[in-house]
Design a protein. Structure first.
Length: 250
């Protein structure tokens, strides 16, 4: 009798992405003729769909590939971040290198920004500078809180030594083509130019979990390369599970 194949979960997919999947997706961008704005990874099938930036060369048609056929994991994840889970049960991954300016609009945009920043810190090539005290954590030179000239907006700048820098604005005064709309219940909408995804769950880190992570990083060593993978993956899993339970209890 053939043993049943265990069902792949969202938690499994998030863990795979942080362990090697994001690096393999970055390899897709290196081989593509145009600029890839985002990827969706279907949880049930492992199908990966790459979404090019319209007008970036090579056409705007999506590229579909099985996860097993992705390039081997070589290099880093660049500026890729997992934004959330789509209503079609796929993980949405956005390449922040494909945009100069992107905004997170919400009652508490810092929560989503924390998730992005913590994921970016897994790549030792990335340096983040922010003027938002609710996003800065620890005392690592790669995640600095600093004054940023401008109109008083809360900004997170992402740099991996491959210009230009990506500027993430929290509740931008002017809505640009690239933005995440985060609702209080954890759902959201991601807009990248003419592309759009409805999200049943947006990855975010709330105050209590953020304080616990800060304590953990201070205890480990503020000069370390970045947070351990587990601190990102475990929170993402726990956050999604908590959201599911709250939905079930309504």
């Amino acid at each position: 009798m053939t043993a049943a194949v265990p069902e792949v979960t969202i938690a499994d997919t998030v863990r795979w992405l942080h362990e090697e999947g994001l690096v393999r997706l970055a390899g897709v961008a290196e081989q593509a003729s145009g600029i890839i704005a985002a990827y969706t990874v279907e949880v049930a099938t492992g199908t990966v769909v790459a979404h090019p930036v319209a007008g970036s060369g090579g056409g705007s048609d999506v590229i579909t590939v099985a996860a097993d056929d992705l390039p081997h994991p070589v290099g880093t994840a660049r500026r890729l971040v997992i934004v959330g889970v789509t209503t079609a049960e796929a993980l949405l991954v956005v390449d922040l290198a494909a945009t100069l300016a992107i905004s997170i609009n919400a009652d508490f945009p810092e929560q989503a920004a924390r998730s992005w920043v913590l994921q970016l810190m897994l790549n030792t090539e990335v340096t983040v500078t922010t003027n938002c005290s609710d996003v800065a954590i620890g005392s690592s030179p790669r995640l600095r809180q600093s004054f940023i000239p401008g109109g008083g907006a809360l900004i997170v700048n992402v740099d991996d030594s491959r210009p230009p820098v990506t500027a993430i604005t929290l509740n931008a005064a002017t809505e640009g083509p690239d933005h995440l709309e985060l609702e209080v219940d954890g759902t959201g909408e991601m807009y990248l130019g003419s592309r759009f995804w409805a999200l049943s769950h947006v990855m975010r880190i709330e105050d209590e979990a953020w304080a616990a992570l800060a304590e953990r990083l201070d205890a480990d060593d503020a000069e370390s390369a970045g947070p351990p993978v587990g601190s990102v993956t475990d929170y993402s899993i726990r956050s999604h599970s908590s959201h599911r339970r709250s939905e079930a209890n309504r």
